[in-house]
Design a protein around this ligand. Sequence first.
Ligand code: AKG
Length: 302
Amino acid sequence: MALDVQTPVPVVDGSTMTREEFYAQYYRPQKPVVLRGLWKQYPAYSKWTMDFFKKTMGNIEVGLFGNRPEDISKTLQVPNAKMRFDEYLNLIEREPTDLRLFLFPVFKYKPELLKDFGYPSIAGGYIKIPFMFFGPPKSIVRMHQDIDMSNVFLTQFHGRKRVILFAPDQSTLLYRLPFNVHSTVDVDHPDYDAYPGLNYVKGQSAVLEHGDTLFMPSGYWHHIEYLEGGFGLSVRTMAYSWQMKLRGVYNLTVQRTTDNIMRKMNDEKWFIYKKKLAYERAEKAIQKLDGTSSMPRATVGS
Ligand SMILES: O=C(O)CCC(=O)C(=O)O
């Protein structure tokens, strides 16, 4: 049985929505929305194509990331392949691979691209560090929260991708790994015996296409599947609540440092401990929800 993620993320006309409307309906209540056409106002909307990137920066070498199972709890991964950018773009137009270009600081290589867009006035307080993401057809961005708990505006330029979202208050039932922003749950093939908390979660989904900007509020879990080879860009704003702001600072400092130290000391043991803790927390949450003690199930701790 698939996860309950059929509820669609609402889609609105981002080219006409005012900041007041956006804040009242989505930003303050922290609800996701697709802002269609928000970036129509910028040259990048039509200028940034596969060919444009091949021509303007095809000769740079890029580090590519795959979905290695052993990396499941790593916050930042080490690239597993390197390639010329134009070769990589040809590859993702042509065929599925699992190699993605993740958090690509494209503007470090070509600062003039910054002139092709701005920061939409629909929100304020941007963290002005844009990142680009490129991926081949069928590639998966495994479910995670962004470590800094910022609000994310993810704009798609080429190709379609399916996004599944869960609100941060479902983290325990999604088996969030302690000291981490990942989960070992496989969203596409949920194992309800090993992860009974999944019976209680409810998500939303959307398919993004050219010119769609997805607003993902602070701490939202996201799982992304590239339906076609393509690319997008994210900009972020500070978390809306103080609680989330503090959580972001904690994640980036204490949590990440602890996780890195413990991984260095004994990666495997630490990973098993985190899975066990995530499982125990989920069991407690389930008992609270249905008032019964759940039956023994296949353990995720080994
Ligand atoms: O679109 C992608 O490939 C990944 C986006 C993402 O995970 C993010 O913005 O945090």
